[in-house]
Design a protein around this ligand. Sequence first.
Ligand code: 6GU
Length: 256
Amino acid sequence: LLSLFLLLLCCWSFFDSPFEQSLLKKALDKGLFSINIHNIRDYAAGKHKVTDDYPYGGGEGMVMKIEPIFNAVSYIKEENKKEGLSPHVILLTPQGKTLNQERAKALSLKKSITLICGRYQGVDERVRDLVADEELSIGDYILNGGETAALVVIESIARLIEGVIGCRDSTEEDSFSMGMLEYPHYTRPADFMGHMVPDVLISGNHKEIKKWRREKALDRTYRRRPELLERIDLSAEDKEIMEKIKKQKTVNSLHT
Ligand code: 6GU
């Protein structure tokens, strides 16, 4: 049972609608995991509940203060302790390691995760040193805050938790689960304005279909994301397919 603790700077209503959506809501209702949202302001001191301040050394923007974050995470740790848990604390920041399927899988095995949604101008560096176990980014672009990134992280993890997705296959065969891109999918009609579904898929020959799909997955990965292929172990049969693909490489590269 995974419990996620989100630590936000502002607007927790941000998460109302996504958590009301089918997959996450069903999993939450079933108790497959739970989410607690903490407003960082509640952990800030003084009448004004200040959570950010001007940067030492000058410059643009504000910096999130360490005390409210430290206090909030300490509180969450105490709460976790009562249940025999110890949260894995993640600071969401574009400076973190980029999330990938492998990381999502590893995180889905944790019992408790605390996500700190930072602001892009930054959090006090000491949060990295003293509070976070890990820094995570969702890609090489800038978001205003970590909230949207948190949603991405949550969804990628939640769908890997046992029981969240009905059909086990649908996560195992996804792009990246096999370390490569997926083969093309088709459904009816077989003929859409003259654009036909490949014959092999209609043939009923399951061995041929499997082979075709493997070939297409390898081909697509090679053309679009060749770096992914370097990280996976190809079978002798895969290697043969790759030889064929490399020979055909010249044309069609924009269409496959
Ligand atoms: Cl985790 N946070 C922000 N603010 N921007 C991002 C990001 C995270 N990952 C990519 N861009």
